[in-house]
Design a protein around this ligand. Structure first.
Ligand code: SF4
Length: 257
Protein backbone atom coordinates (compact mmCIF):
# COMPACT_ATOMS: atom_id res chain seq x y z
CA UNK A 1 0.00 0.00 0.00
CA UNK A 2 1.44 3.38 -1.00
CA UNK A 3 1.96 5.95 1.73
CA UNK A 4 0.47 9.34 1.03
CA UNK A 5 1.22 12.37 3.17
CA UNK A 6 -1.36 14.86 2.04
CA UNK A 7 -4.24 12.84 0.66
CA UNK A 8 -6.20 10.17 2.51
CA UNK A 9 -9.12 7.83 2.14
CA UNK A 10 -11.35 7.41 0.36
CA UNK A 11 -13.75 7.34 3.26
CA UNK A 12 -17.51 7.06 3.11
CA UNK A 13 -19.05 10.44 3.91
CA UNK A 14 -22.75 10.61 4.86
CA UNK A 15 -23.16 13.69 2.69
CA UNK A 16 -20.66 13.26 -0.13
CA UNK A 17 -20.49 9.51 -0.71
CA UNK A 18 -17.02 8.18 -1.58
CA UNK A 19 -14.76 11.02 -0.61
CA UNK A 20 -11.02 11.31 -1.12
CA UNK A 21 -9.56 13.76 1.38
CA UNK A 22 -6.94 16.41 0.71
CA UNK A 23 -5.28 17.88 3.77
CA UNK A 24 -3.74 21.20 2.78
CA UNK A 25 -2.59 21.73 6.37
CA UNK A 26 -1.09 18.30 7.14
CA UNK A 27 0.26 19.25 10.55
CA UNK A 28 0.77 16.97 13.51
CA UNK A 29 -1.51 19.20 15.58
CA UNK A 30 -4.47 21.00 14.09
CA UNK A 31 -4.40 24.57 12.79
CA UNK A 32 -7.73 26.21 13.39
CA UNK A 33 -9.57 29.45 13.98
CA UNK A 34 -11.96 27.65 16.36
CA UNK A 35 -11.74 25.24 19.26
CA UNK A 36 -15.13 23.54 19.01
CA UNK A 37 -16.20 21.69 22.14
CA UNK A 38 -16.76 18.46 20.18
CA UNK A 39 -13.62 18.55 17.99
CA UNK A 40 -12.18 15.07 17.45
CA UNK A 41 -8.71 16.47 16.86
CA UNK A 42 -8.11 17.57 20.45
CA UNK A 43 -7.92 21.10 21.81
CA UNK A 44 -6.67 23.99 19.66
CA UNK A 45 -3.31 24.83 21.16
CA UNK A 46 -2.48 27.68 18.82
CA UNK A 47 -5.29 29.68 17.35
CA UNK A 48 -4.54 31.31 14.06
CA UNK A 49 -6.42 33.40 11.51
CA UNK A 50 -3.35 34.11 9.41
CA UNK A 51 -3.34 32.39 6.06
CA UNK A 52 -0.09 30.80 4.95
CA UNK A 53 1.22 27.96 2.82
CA UNK A 54 1.45 24.79 4.91
CA UNK A 55 2.22 22.34 2.09
CA UNK A 56 3.63 23.44 -1.30
CA UNK A 57 1.09 22.99 -4.11
CA UNK A 58 3.47 20.84 -6.16
CA UNK A 59 3.78 18.30 -3.34
CA UNK A 60 0.01 17.82 -3.18
CA UNK A 61 -0.31 17.62 -6.96
CA UNK A 62 2.49 15.02 -7.07
CA UNK A 63 0.40 12.78 -4.79
CA UNK A 64 -2.79 13.39 -6.78
CA UNK A 65 -0.92 12.33 -9.94
CA UNK A 66 0.30 9.17 -8.14
CA UNK A 67 -3.22 8.04 -7.21
CA UNK A 68 -3.98 4.45 -8.15
CA UNK A 69 -7.25 3.74 -9.98
CA UNK A 70 -9.85 4.71 -7.43
CA UNK A 71 -13.61 5.09 -7.57
CA UNK A 72 -14.61 8.31 -5.84
CA UNK A 73 -17.46 10.81 -5.93
CA UNK A 74 -15.72 13.83 -4.45
CA UNK A 75 -12.24 15.16 -3.80
CA UNK A 76 -12.76 16.88 -0.47
CA UNK A 77 -10.65 19.54 1.21
CA UNK A 78 -10.80 18.81 4.89
CA UNK A 79 -8.08 17.41 7.16
CA UNK A 80 -6.47 18.56 10.37
CA UNK A 81 -8.01 21.97 10.85
CA UNK A 82 -9.53 24.76 8.77
CA UNK A 83 -8.56 24.39 5.08
CA UNK A 84 -9.14 28.05 4.18
CA UNK A 85 -6.10 28.87 6.34
CA UNK A 86 -4.01 27.49 3.47
CA UNK A 87 -3.08 30.41 1.25
CA UNK A 88 -2.67 28.08 -1.73
CA UNK A 89 -6.17 26.52 -1.42
CA UNK A 90 -7.39 28.16 -4.66
CA UNK A 91 -4.23 27.22 -6.54
CA UNK A 92 -4.48 23.57 -5.43
CA UNK A 93 -8.17 23.38 -6.45
CA UNK A 94 -7.39 24.91 -9.86
CA UNK A 95 -4.55 22.46 -10.50
CA UNK A 96 -6.53 19.40 -9.39
CA UNK A 97 -9.37 20.41 -11.71
CA UNK A 98 -6.97 20.29 -14.64
CA UNK A 99 -6.04 16.66 -14.01
CA UNK A 100 -9.11 15.06 -12.34
CA UNK A 101 -12.75 14.98 -13.34
CA UNK A 102 -14.35 14.38 -9.92
CA UNK A 103 -16.28 17.11 -8.17
CA UNK A 104 -14.44 19.16 -5.57
CA UNK A 105 -15.87 19.94 -2.15
CA UNK A 106 -14.49 22.12 0.64
CA UNK A 107 -15.53 21.75 4.27
CA UNK A 108 -15.06 25.06 6.02
CA UNK A 109 -15.95 26.40 9.46
CA UNK A 110 -16.87 29.68 7.68
CA UNK A 111 -14.65 31.79 9.94
CA UNK A 112 -12.66 33.33 7.08
CA UNK A 113 -15.71 33.96 4.89
CA UNK A 114 -15.50 37.71 5.49
CA UNK A 115 -12.20 37.67 3.51
CA UNK A 116 -12.86 38.36 -0.20
CA UNK A 117 -9.79 36.39 -1.30
CA UNK A 118 -11.10 33.31 0.57
CA UNK A 119 -14.48 33.70 -1.17
CA UNK A 120 -12.72 33.94 -4.54
CA UNK A 121 -10.84 30.70 -3.89
CA UNK A 122 -13.87 28.81 -2.53
CA UNK A 123 -15.79 29.80 -5.67
CA UNK A 124 -13.58 27.37 -7.59
CA UNK A 125 -15.10 24.37 -5.78
CA UNK A 126 -18.24 22.51 -6.91
CA UNK A 127 -19.62 22.28 -3.40
CA UNK A 128 -18.84 24.29 -0.31
CA UNK A 129 -20.06 23.04 3.05
CA UNK A 130 -20.16 25.92 5.51
CA UNK A 131 -20.53 25.13 9.14
CA UNK A 132 -22.37 27.35 11.62
CA UNK A 133 -23.00 26.16 15.15
CA UNK A 134 -25.05 28.95 16.64
CA UNK A 135 -27.67 31.53 15.76
CA UNK A 136 -26.30 34.13 18.15
CA UNK A 137 -22.98 35.38 19.39
CA UNK A 138 -23.58 33.62 22.72
CA UNK A 139 -24.03 30.07 21.38
CA UNK A 140 -21.52 30.55 18.58
CA UNK A 141 -18.94 31.50 21.24
CA UNK A 142 -19.97 28.68 23.56
CA UNK A 143 -19.83 25.88 20.98
CA UNK A 144 -17.20 27.04 18.45
CA UNK A 145 -14.91 28.97 20.83
CA UNK A 146 -13.59 31.20 18.03
CA UNK A 147 -10.35 33.16 17.92
CA UNK A 148 -10.85 36.62 19.43
CA UNK A 149 -10.57 38.24 15.98
CA UNK A 150 -13.66 36.44 14.60
CA UNK A 151 -17.04 38.18 14.72
CA UNK A 152 -20.24 36.14 14.53
CA UNK A 153 -22.11 38.79 12.48
CA UNK A 154 -19.23 39.07 9.97
CA UNK A 155 -19.15 35.29 9.54
CA UNK A 156 -22.89 35.20 8.86
CA UNK A 157 -22.68 38.15 6.44
CA UNK A 158 -19.67 36.51 4.78
CA UNK A 159 -21.69 33.35 4.06
CA UNK A 160 -24.60 35.41 2.68
CA UNK A 161 -22.23 37.36 0.40
CA UNK A 162 -20.56 34.16 -0.73
CA UNK A 163 -23.97 32.75 -1.72
CA UNK A 164 -24.52 35.76 -3.97
CA UNK A 165 -21.38 35.02 -6.00
CA UNK A 166 -21.20 31.21 -5.82
CA UNK A 167 -22.94 29.20 -8.54
CA UNK A 168 -22.10 25.78 -7.12
CA UNK A 169 -23.86 23.82 -4.38
CA UNK A 170 -23.80 25.59 -1.03
CA UNK A 171 -24.58 23.47 1.99
CA UNK A 172 -24.90 24.60 5.56
CA UNK A 173 -23.77 22.18 8.22
CA UNK A 174 -25.35 22.72 11.61
CA UNK A 175 -23.79 20.73 14.42
CA UNK A 176 -26.30 20.34 17.22
CA UNK A 177 -25.25 19.65 20.81
CA UNK A 178 -27.04 20.31 24.08
CA UNK A 179 -25.95 23.99 24.17
CA UNK A 180 -27.61 24.94 20.86
CA UNK A 181 -30.36 22.33 20.48
CA UNK A 182 -33.10 24.88 21.25
CA UNK A 183 -31.95 27.18 18.46
CA UNK A 184 -33.23 25.16 15.52
CA UNK A 185 -35.90 27.71 14.61
CA UNK A 186 -33.43 30.62 14.70
CA UNK A 187 -30.92 28.60 12.67
CA UNK A 188 -33.62 27.86 10.08
CA UNK A 189 -34.16 31.63 9.76
CA UNK A 190 -30.46 32.13 9.07
CA UNK A 191 -30.54 29.29 6.52
CA UNK A 192 -33.36 31.14 4.70
CA UNK A 193 -31.32 34.34 4.63
CA UNK A 194 -28.36 32.48 3.18
CA UNK A 195 -30.51 30.66 0.57
CA UNK A 196 -28.64 27.40 0.91
CA UNK A 197 -29.08 24.41 -1.39
CA UNK A 198 -28.90 21.87 1.40
CA UNK A 199 -29.03 21.70 5.17
CA UNK A 200 -26.86 19.06 6.81
CA UNK A 201 -27.88 18.39 10.38
CA UNK A 202 -25.11 16.86 12.37
CA UNK A 203 -24.41 15.86 15.96
CA UNK A 204 -21.00 14.68 17.18
CA UNK A 205 -21.54 10.92 17.00
CA UNK A 206 -17.78 10.30 16.98
CA UNK A 207 -16.71 12.72 19.70
CA UNK A 208 -15.20 11.38 22.91
CA UNK A 209 -15.73 14.73 24.62
CA UNK A 210 -19.31 15.67 23.96
CA UNK A 211 -22.50 13.66 24.00
CA UNK A 212 -24.32 13.44 20.68
CA UNK A 213 -28.03 14.23 20.53
CA UNK A 214 -30.29 11.21 20.11
CA UNK A 215 -31.99 10.27 16.89
CA UNK A 216 -35.35 11.52 18.20
CA UNK A 217 -33.86 14.88 19.25
CA UNK A 218 -32.36 15.26 15.76
CA UNK A 219 -35.72 14.32 14.17
CA UNK A 220 -37.38 17.10 16.16
CA UNK A 221 -34.70 19.60 15.07
CA UNK A 222 -35.08 18.43 11.48
CA UNK A 223 -38.77 19.31 11.53
CA UNK A 224 -37.85 23.03 11.71
CA UNK A 225 -36.06 22.65 8.39
CA UNK A 226 -38.86 20.96 6.45
CA UNK A 227 -38.89 23.69 3.78
CA UNK A 228 -35.27 22.88 2.90
CA UNK A 229 -33.52 20.04 1.22
CA UNK A 230 -32.31 18.49 4.46
CA UNK A 231 -30.22 15.48 5.46
CA UNK A 232 -29.03 14.37 8.85
CA UNK A 233 -26.18 12.23 10.08
CA UNK A 234 -28.69 9.59 11.22
CA UNK A 235 -30.30 9.26 7.76
CA UNK A 236 -27.47 7.57 5.92
CA UNK A 237 -26.05 4.14 6.64
CA UNK A 238 -22.31 4.15 7.34
CA UNK A 239 -20.39 2.18 4.74
CA UNK A 240 -16.80 1.18 4.69
CA UNK A 241 -14.57 1.58 1.67
CA UNK A 242 -11.17 0.12 1.00
CA UNK A 243 -8.74 3.05 1.37
CA UNK A 244 -5.73 3.72 -0.87
CA UNK A 245 -3.77 4.94 2.12
CA UNK A 246 -3.40 3.13 5.41
CA UNK A 247 -2.72 4.80 8.69
CA UNK A 248 -3.77 8.35 7.92
CA UNK A 249 -7.23 7.46 6.70
CA UNK A 250 -9.13 7.37 9.95
CA UNK A 251 -7.15 10.01 11.79
CA UNK A 252 -7.19 12.79 9.23
CA UNK A 253 -10.80 13.89 8.99
CA UNK A 254 -11.75 17.28 10.38
CA UNK A 255 -13.05 17.37 13.89
CA UNK A 256 -16.62 17.90 12.72
CA UNK A 257 -17.28 15.35 10.01
S1 SF4 B 1 -14.30 20.89 14.75
FE1 SF4 B 1 -13.43 21.72 12.87
S2 SF4 B 1 -13.65 23.94 13.10
FE2 SF4 B 1 -13.94 23.05 15.11
S3 SF4 B 1 -11.91 23.13 16.09
FE3 SF4 B 1 -12.11 21.12 15.12
S4 SF4 B 1 -11.23 21.37 13.07
FE4 SF4 B 1 -11.63 23.43 13.89
Amino acid sequence: MKEFKYIYGPVYSWRLGRSLGVDVLSRSDKACTFDCTYCQLGRTRIYTTKRKIFVPTKEIIKEIKALPKVNIDYITFSGRGEPTLAKNLGEVIRKIKKIRSEKIAVLTNSSLMPDDQVKKELKLADEVICKLDGSSLATFTLVSKPDSGIRFESVKEGIIKFRSIFKGKLSLQLMFVKENKDEAQAMAKIASEVKVDEIQINTPTRSQEVEALSESEIQKIKSYFSRFNVISVYDKPRKSIKPISGEGTLRRGRGDV
